[in-house]
Each structure stands twice: as structure tokens, then as C-alpha cells.
Design a binder for this molecule. Sequence first.
Ligand code: ZN
Length: 224
Amino acid sequence: MRQKDAALVCFSGGQDSTTCLFWAKKRFSRVEAVCFTYGQKHSLEIEVARQIAADADVPFQLLDVSLLSQLDTSCSLTNTSVEMDREKPADSYPNTFVPGRNMVFLTFAAILARSKGIFHLVTGVSEADYSGYPDCRDTFVRSLNVTLNLAMDEQFVIHTPLMERDKSEVWELADELGVFDLVRTRTLTCYNGIMAEGCGHCPACKLREEGLRKYLARRQSKRK
Ligand code: ZN
């Protein structure tokens, strides 16, 4: 049966997708979460995701797409022998880029959602201040949305609540949704697999920390 007011969130237990999970809970009467294992080094993130979903009373499903890590072994998130790029190389993407990842995630999410009668998908991608991954861009998401509709003759709607937000604005949204502390203390964004504030020096931690500092400064100046 079609569930008009239901959404499936692509959920990893990180800052962005956790914020999206609670965004979806405000907006839809029924929310489910799908998490992907794709051969990432840190399996803790799956447990973090499972726990947040359980506490949020959101049904949680784990899909194994670890074939991804076999297809391309140059990625530092899935291959332990590859040292992580700290900066974006001049002529390519950093090796934290997993080619095809968001396309695969959203495609499998759509197939799963359809089987449940759900046609709203939510993903935490943003093109504001990331490494410029091509599959985080609005153009890509819109294009895939059209393709999924054509592929299954359905009317999926992919929601990207963070698309235009930089990290400080993602913190702001979490605060508006009443989950600032939860996101700050219980999520895992760090590429080195450390909870909350993380390792402090990987690109993901730097971005998260910088955004947090910026948001807290803004919040402080508003309260004065
Ligand atoms: Zn880190």
C-alpha cells in the first residue's frame, strides 16, 4: 500500500544524516532509516546509526553494498593500506571520495522504499562547503530523481534538506529541531571512526568543528 506521508532516510549515524532523520520526523508521520555497509573501515558507525534510530523509534534496515569497495580499491575509506588525503589534490578528488556511492545508495534506497510503498527519500548531501564530491551536487540528485522515476515508472521525491547549508547551518538546523546535543555527542562523522568530537584532525572532523565554532559564535552574538 502507498504510504503518502512516509519517508525513507539514507542514514549513516553521522551529523548530516542524523539531522536529516529528525528533519524527516518533523515533516512525515512515518519515517524509516536505511543504512549501508560498503566495506568502510569503521563498523562502529553502523552501531551508532542503529542506536540513534532505535532511540528515535525509527525502523532501521542495514543493506550490504560492500561490492563497492571491491570495484575501486583506491579509496581511503575502504582500503586500510591507503593513506587518507588531507587536502584536495589539484587535479582530482581526494581519496575519501567513493565513486558511485550516493548513486548506489539512493538507487537501492528507492528500490527498498518502493517495496514498502514509500516514495519520499531523504539524503543529507550538501554542495555548500564539502570537498565538491560530484554526487553531492543538486544537479546530480535531480538527475537521479528523474532516472529513478523513469526506471520504475514512479514518482519518487528525493529531499535534500542540507543541500544549500554549510556545516554551521547544519548545526543551526539541528538546534532548531531540538537535537543539537544529541548530534553533538552521539553521532560519528570522523573518518578515523571516533565518536562525537572525533579525532580532531581528519577532514571530516575539521569541517564539523569549524562549522560548530561558527554556529556557536553566531548563536552567542544573537543572544546578546
Ligand atoms: Zn576525525
